[in-house]
Design a protein around this ligand. Structure first.
Ligand SMILES: Nc1nc2c(ncn2[C@@H]2O[C@H](COP(=O)(O)OP(=O)(O)OP(=O)(O)O)[C@@H](O)[C@H]2O)c(=O)[nH]1
Ligand SMILES: [Mg+2]
Length: 349
């Protein structure tokens, strides 16, 4: 199993919540943030596994500010990762797409980690904002951050969660934890066939997007499995049937799920890894396309609000109130002070 080769670095508030259950179940984890308040709220985490990037108290969704703070402190951050997550082969970097601290740092974090650490892959775990309730700034950030992640060539898949799928964000975190933990602790002891570490590694190293489905023994049939490809916590699958690997751990001897049916639904992969007699059914689809359709919907929302936002921004750049209503004009003013203004700052008052 891959658990003992894996470690987590979470950057920002979402990441703190998402990484917490991994920390609590014994994975090596580092909680990074620009804000001490967010780190303080992680009361169950020992202080030595929290790291505050100096210079800011949060980045208020400003990715540029985050990136600048991150850039200045990168050597210290990498040293923290080396010290707190020694000997790992798989680094999971966790950050939301819509915020500032995590979204601004996630792309450079993956790049620097692959360059500076002796690891096989850096896997990104991230989440899209809720398109109905969240701000235009969050949507812009998500689009730009995902574009940056798409361009990376370093090995490591991406798990993209979607806050449109469930109004309870904590529930999304919890479900994903169950999925990934099940994959990283997959037992291999069936005489009929197993998914070995090298095969899980292959899926984690692949580029593009991955999703994980998990079904209890009593629900392990093809209809339920296909339903989990769509009714889940992940960003919607593209319907282009682009896929590289499928890993399927069957809870039984494999009679209830025919691979042909899975292929018909998600496309034909380069390779398939099968296991039998597992505790539950676990299915990993990897090397999938990014959620382009979803991202173009997000872009449409941004575009359709562009004019309103522009108008609101420029409205504050012009002074439309006259300096004086002239009410006191006929009253002789007291003699003005002749004291010279001291600095530019005085003009503010
Ligand atoms: N699923 C889920 N989404 C979350 C959670 N916390 C925040 N988010 C989402 O994350 C985005 C906001 O990002 P945060 O992680 O709070 O931001 P940050 O990285 O701390 O950045 P700044 O606070 O702007 O410096 C929004 O889209 C939220 O909906 C969580 O626990 N679970
Ligand atoms: Mg924050």
């Amino acid at each position: 199993m891959l658990k003992n080769k894996s470690g987590f670095v979470g950057i920002g508030a979402y990441a703190g919540n998402q990484v917490l259950p991994f920390y609590k179940t014994g994975y090596p984890c580092l909680f990074v943030n620009t804000a001490t308040t967010d780190l303080d709220s992680l009361t169950e985490v020992d202080d030595q596994y929290k790291y505050q990037i100096p210079g800011g108290e949060g980045c208020n969704k400003d990715r540029i500010k985050s990136r600048e703070l991150f850039r200045k402190d990168i050597d210290n951050i990498i040293n923290e990762v080396k010290e707190k997550l020694p000997g790992i082969e798989y680094l999971f970097v966790v950050a939301s797409l819509g915020g500032g601290s995590g979204a601004g740092s996630v792309m450079p974090m993956k790049r620097v980690a692959m360059n500076d650490l002796d690891i096989k892959a850096c896997i990104v775990i991230t989440v899209l904002p809720n398109t109905k309730t969240e701000s235009i700034q969050a949507l812009i950030n998500s689009y730009e951050t995902l574009a940056e992640l798409e361009a990376l060539e370093e090995p490591g898949t991406m798990f993209i969660l979607d806050n449109d799928k469930n109004n309870n964000k904590m529930k999304i975190n919890e479900i994903f934890f169950c999925h990934l933990d099940a994959l990283l602790t997959l037992d291999c002891n069936s005489a009929l066939g197993n998914i070995d570490d090298a095969e899980v590694e292959q899926m984690l190293c692949s580029r593009g997007v991955s999703i994980i489905s998990k079904l209890g023994k009593d629900k392990s049939d093809i209809q339920n499995l296909i339903s989990t490809f769509h009714n889940n916590v992940y960003a919607p699958l593209e319907d282009d049937k682009v896929i590289k690997y499928i890993g399927l751990a069957n809870s039984g001897t494999g009679h209830s799920i025919r691979m042909e049916d899975v292929y018909e639904e998600v496309g034909i992969p380069l390779d398939t890894y099968i296991q039998y007699e597992a505790k539950y059914t676990l299915c990993v689809l990897s090397g999938l396309s990014l959620p382009y359709k979803k991202m173009s919907e997000i872009k449409e929302i941004i575009d359709s609000n562009k004019d309103t936002i522009k108008r609101n921004l420029t409205a504050q750049n012009t002074n439309r109130l006259s300096k004086s209503v002239g009410f006191f004009d006929d009253i002789v003013p007291e003699k003005k002070s002749t004291e010279k203004k001291k600095s530019d700052r005085d003009l503010l008052f």
